[in-house]
Design a protein around this ligand. Structure first.
Ligand code: KIV
Length: 272
């Protein structure tokens, strides 16, 4: 059994100048494959709402749904650090709610850390979670849970005033005890400045090449999703085409009566 990655190791990687590879996962099977490939961290993102559940954004995702998917990912993971997103309104109303809800993601979901969106408005929450022993990953730049307020999924920190504010938020998160920060959809020079200023690692998504690591939605990276894929995503496969081609071949076989092998007399048991 491999030694699990801890939050401290991500900070050590930054110190050594080693990049951090993170991907999203939402189920045990995909988690097992990505973990086997050696990814450092798996994010059970609330993007599950868009990628797996068919919602237009992440706002409808519930805590129970996140716990369900986080538990599946935890069951499929031996080594990678499992980070679970705290969904919309599970940490903004009261600090007591935030502690209880983050606790459920860890106790019932098996997460080793939680991620939440925002800077100074959530600093007291971050401090309390860290104080009670819950590792927190911050998330700045494009905040998908604020899509309605932002007026869409739009790039952030594109002027000096917003860039300065983002840097202040990042420093506040580090001082509050966050172990890492996701920087989403911001200009590379802003991401570079934040990365240089902080001692904790930055993980970029659409934030240029100078962050301490990158996170992508695994379905985008693998081409498993046949909807809109953001322009910054490098696709390493086009699995949606493989699925359609394999399914067509299956349909042809069934229609032609070319059924697969007969079932064995004794039900197969899965390997231990
Ligand atoms: O939910 C998610 O997948 C995320 C990533 C986009 C960072 O928060």
């Amino acid at each position: 059994m491999p030694t699990p990655v801890r939050t401290r190791e991500l900070k050590d990687k930054k110190r050594r100048g080693e990049k951090i590879a993170m991907l999203t996962a939402y189920d045990a099977n995909m988690a097992r494959l990505l973990d086997r490939a050696g990814v450092d961290a798996l994010l059970v993102g609330d993007s599950v709402g868009m990628v797996m559940l068919g919602y237009a954004n992440t706002v409808p995702v519930t805590l129970d749904a996140m716990i369900h998917h986080t538990a599946a990912v935890s069951r499929g993971t031996e080594r990678a650090l499992v980070v679970a997103d705290m969904p919309f309104l599970t940490y903004q109303a009261t600090i007591a709610d935030a502690v209880r809800n983050a606790g459920r993601l860890m106790q019932e979901g098996g997460a080793a850390a939680v991620k939440l969106e925002g800077g100074r408005p959530v600093i007291d929450v971050v401090k309390r979670l860290v104080d009670v022993g819950i590792p927190v990953m911050g998330h700045l730049g494009l905040l998908p849970q604020s899509v309605h307020q932002a007026g869409g999924f739009v790039r952030q920190a594109t002027n000096p005033r917003e860039a300065d504010a983002l840097l202040v938020d990042a420093v506040a998160l580090e001082q509050a005890g966050a172990f890492s920060i996701v920087l989403e959809a911001i200009p590379s020079e802003v991401a570079r400045a934040v990365t240089t200023e902080l001692t904790i690692p930055t993980i970029g998504i659409g934030a240029g090449p100078d962050c301490d690591g990158q996170v992508l939605v695994s379905h985008d990276m693998l081409g498993l999703f046949d909807g809109y894929v953001p322009s910054f995503v490098k696709q390493y496969a086009r699995l949606n085409e493989t699925v359609v081609a394999a399914t067509r071949a299956y349909i042809d076989d069934v229609k032609a009566g070319r059924y697969a092998r007969p079932a064995a007399m004794v039900a197969a048991t899965p390997p231990a």
